[in-house]
Design a binder for this molecule. Structure first.
Ligand code: PHE
Length: 341
């Protein structure tokens, strides 16, 4: 029995020290020290021993048990330490690896120009109005003195939503004049930027969607001189002191008199170059004195009040500002292009 016990001790200790996993170690503990384990099985036979042998074997058995328990405990600690080390290694962060660059976006060049224009007008006491792009023909045309049958309703090549041509994508920001007059107390000073839509083929200077900025002032004693003075001041802010403008007579149904304003080409100063297509001038906006019929239609007494309005194309201003040659670049949103501004 003594040999049996010593054999178990040797065999068990070797196995315990060599256990590579916690589960294996636990299996060994059960195998040797468990209720049905090998050591227990030997001890069960103690009864067969003589009175002299019993204490000697009993002591040895206790020693073996203690040795095995100690062995299991030590190995368990070792395995736990090893597992922790592996975990730490696996989760380690290498602080010396270079970081991934984060790409920060920036404002679209056209909106940079718009922000600049808004700032200029806000500085002059204007209120910014941004509103719907779906309009009724009433606001887009009729209330702007383009009555049914007026060629404007066709030449603008409108996107209509309904068969009866009553609902549409606005073709101009001018309906904002009406909305402002209907909802604002007098006097009114508004700037209304936004998208407008026309059935145009895409090319270097056209797009079916583009942006306009509408401006309007209604007050007592407002004249064409105020319109010219304001727009000249704005163009000097935008393009620099001494920017030369020119006003040409024109026709719009909702202004009387009407005009178009050009700025002298900032590249050739009027001599003629590719930027201004040899003209020396670049058309910037349409404007005029708000038609008395439009004022009266909004319940404003045209004998007491007068006003002016203008509408300019934002894309064209941005193209000029950043010296971009093709309108399509503005809309394609290629970051390699947009990044440059
Ligand atoms: N709405 C006109 C256009 O789209 C521009 C304009 C606005 C003209 C205001 C006069 C007054 O061409």
């Amino acid at each position: 029995m003594k040999q049996e016990l010593e054999a178990i001790r040797a065999k068990a200790l070797e196995a315990i020290v060599g256990a590579e996993k916690a589960e294996d170690l636990e299996a060994l503990r059960v195998q040797y020290l468990g209720k049905k384990g090998e050591l227990t099985a030997v001890l069960k036979q103690m009864g067969k021993l003589s009175a002299e042998e019993r204490p000697v074997i009993g002591q040895l058995a206790n020693e073996v048990r203690a040795k095995l328990e100690e062995g299991v405990e030590t190995r368990a600690k070792e395995l736990a330490a090893k597992a922790l080390e592996m975990k730490l290694k696996a989760e380690a962060v290498d602080v010396t690896i270079p970081g991934k660059a984060v790409k920060i976006g920036k404002k679209h060049p056209m909106y940079q120009v718009l922000d600049e224009i808004k700032d200029i007008f806000v500085g002059m006491g204007f209120e910014i109005l941004e509103d719907r792009e779906v309009e009724t023909a009433d606001y887009n045309f009729t209330k702007l003195n383009c009555l049914e049958g007026h060629p404007a309703r066709e030449w603008t090549d409108t996107f209509y939503f309904t068969e009866d041509s009553s609902i549409l994508l606005r073709t101009q920001t001018s309906p904002m004049q009406i909305h402002a007059m209907e909802t604002r107390e007098l006097p009114i000073r508004i700037l209304a930027p936004g998208r407008v839509y026309r059935k145009d083929e895409v090319d270097a200077t056209h797009s079916p969607m583009f942006h306009q900025i509408e401006g309007m002032v209604i007050d007592k004693g407002v004249t064409m001189a105020d319109l010219k003075g304001t727009l000249n001041a704005v163009m000097e802010e935008l393009y620099g002191k001494g920017t030369v403008t020119r006003f040409r007579p024109h026709h719009f149904p909702f202004t009387e008199p009407s005009c178009e304003m050009d700025i002298q080409c900032h590249k050739c100063h009027g001599a003629g170059c590719p930027t201004c297509k040899g003209e020396g001038w670049i058309e910037v906006l349409g404007a005029g004195m708000v038609h008395p019929k439009v004022l009266e239609g909004c319940g404003i007494d045209s004998n007491v009040y007068s006003g002016w309005a203008f509408g300019m194309g934002l894309e064209r201003l941005a193209l000029g500002h950043f010296k971009i040659g093709d309108l399509r670049l503005i809309f394609e949103n290629d970051v390699r292009f947009l990044e440059q501004f």
